[in-house]
Design a binder for this molecule. Structure first.
Ligand SMILES: Cc1cc2nc3c(=O)[nH]c(=O)nc-3n(C[C@H](O)[C@H](O)[C@H](O)COP(=O)(O)OP(=O)(O)OC[C@H]3O[C@@H](n4cnc5c(N)ncnc54)[C@H](O)[C@@H]3O)c2cc1C
Length: 463
């Protein structure tokens, strides 16, 4: 008997997961076992050129909880999640050999590091004779359905949106989760070779609760207080059941957002700064992949059919198109988006390490900016408006490298998404595709427009 492996990346869900569905069908068609795997790369906990730790404590906590939720969902369908620690490019081929896998499926990710991993795995697969099947699945719209080839995607968002809307492109219908998953490979086939190969025997523990063979993992440990005191002021309190990470939490949140008819007021509240309801707060689940964009649109269309469409419900679609546009820009421009100059011919950005440090530590002396940076550090979340304000201040007022800001957001944001983060930073810095060439926000005007009574600054103790 052979095995099909599904490598979970940023697609930590069972429903509407085309790559997983493909793996399940392949296993079922040939009577193979199915091994669901997540690989935690310890490099995520290491310093980079810009930040002391690539994945900060809030992201770690949400990831750990999401993996635990995924494992529970797999158990309900007769499977488990194997969590391994190491580099995917070396671990996956070892795993393939250990369980004699014939195929590895995974989500395709069009960012340089993830693409490098995929390319290395594709080469190994060719050499060793197994199938590597990446599937593009993180966008709302499927690229083949667009009225242009991906490499001809309009660089300007408005042109992109207009062409999509003129052609009436709609998302595919979400796929259901399989009721039952193929069995895991025999325990013996996996246990000994992996423990030996990885040198992490202690991390693979047997759990007999649901009958053998069961495999699991030490899921990532949540960082402990005092780093992570629950933050009551948070606009995304992921420590509360209402914002529980994982697929079930995502569905609950989406259902309550629709049943409270919040899409109708979205356009008027989306620039708010305080509270859970000013915007949809769907991004953390989208980022982990606990929720897919087609699932959101299916819920939104059902909502509109029942309660009527208005400019608020339209605007949610509009924002999800922004998310798609940044994905398509990655498919079109690739690594050029990661150059210091981005897509422009501008000279490299200036950088002031001390100013960057003060910005990270909420010590710029600007009450609005410092309030935002405190919120980010305390909660791992920040409204879109405040992201724009603090990003503009870093790049245009403090004259720091936009890549440093993007790296800080990457380490902090519980909804970090490589495409949206990179795309928005390039946009603010004027090094992407924005025809206006950069967005500089006037802090006094922003405070007047969005925090006229100073509630937000007082909430975070800077006024
Ligand atoms: C400098 C900067 C960095 C950012 N980094 C990220 C990031 O790492 N991950 C991330 O998901 N978003 C990022 N954004 C975009 C945006 O701020 C968040 O998507 C939004 O605040 C998430 O909250 P929400 O789900 O309540 O959004 P809502 O306002 O309810 O919007 C609904 C959904 O539309 C999408 N969306 C909304 N605005 C944008 C946008 N400007 N760009 C792309 N997609 C958008 C998101 O998927 C969001 O969940 C960034 C914005 C800026 C200015």
């Amino acid at each position: 008997m052979s095995t099909v492996i599904h490598w979970f990346r940023h697609d930590l869900r069972l429903a509407d997961n085309p790559a997983l569905t493909r793996a399940v069908r392949a296993a079922q068609a040939h009577g193979h076992t199915l091994l669901p795997v997540y690989i935690w790369d310890p490099a995520q906990a290491q310093p980079t050129r810009w930040v002391p730790r690539r994945m900060g404590p809030h992201r770690m906590a949400v990831l750990a909880d999401t993996l635990t939720a995924l494992d529970s969902a797999l158990q309900q369908r007769g499977s488990r999640l194997l969590v391994l620690h190491g580099a995917a490019v070396s671990l996956l081929p070892r795993l393939v050999r250990a369980v004699q896998a014939v195929q590895v499926s995974a989500e395709a990710i069009a960012a340089p590091e993830e693409q490098d991993e995929a390319d290395a795995l594709a080469r190994t697969a060719r050499l060793e004779g197994w199938r590597w099947t990446p599937v593009w699945q993180s966008s709302l719209l499927d690229p083949p359905d667009l009225p242009f080839a991906v490499e001809r995607t309009p660089d300007v968002f408005t042109a992109f949106r207009q062409q999509v809307e003129r052609a009436d492109v709609q998302p595919r219908a979400p796929l259901p989760a399989a009721a039952r998953l193929p069995a895991l490979p025999p325990h013996d086939a996996l246990w000994e070779p992996m423990a030996a190969a990885q040198g992490h025997a202690a991390r693979l523990t047997q759990d007999g609760a649901h009958g053998p063979p069961l495999l699991c993992h030490t899921p990532l440990k949540r960082p402990v207080p005092p780093v992570l005191m629950p933050e009551a002021r948070s606009a995304f309190p992921y420590h509360l059941p209402a914002c529980a990470p994982g697929e079930a939490g995502a569905q609950d949140h989406l259902a309550q957002y629709m049943s409270r008819k919040l899409p109708h007021s979205y356009k008027h509240t989306r620039n708010g700064l305080i509270g859970v309801d000013y915007s949809s707060k769907l991004s953390p689940w989208l980022a982990s992949g606990a929720l897919s964009a087609p699932q959101i649109m299916a819920a939104l269309r059902a909502f509109e059919a029942e309660h009527g469409a208005n400019d608020g419900s339209y605007w949610l679609w509009f924002e999800l198109l922004w998310r798609d546009h940044f994905r398509l820009m990655h498919l079109k421009h690739g690594r050029a988006l990661y150059r210091a100059r981005g897509l422009t011919q501008l000279s490299p950005p200036p950088h002031d390490p001390q100013a960057f440090q003060r910005w990270c530590e909420a010590r710029t002396g600007q009450p609005l900016v410092d309030a935002g940076m405190r919120e980010l550090a305390a909660s791992g979340f920040l409204s879109n408006r405040m992201r724009q304000v603090v990003a503009s201040h870093l790049v245009h007022d403090l004259r720091c490298d936009w890549r440093a800001g993007a790296a800080w957001f990457e380490s902090q944001l519980v909804d970090h998404d490589v495409y949206s983060n990179q795309g928005n930073w390039l946009y603010v810095a004027g090094r992407g595709t924005d025809p206006r060439g950069g967005r500089r926000f006037n802090l006094d005007k922003q405070a007047q427009d969005h925090d006229p009574q100073g509630h937000y600054r007082r909430l975070w103790g800077t006024a």
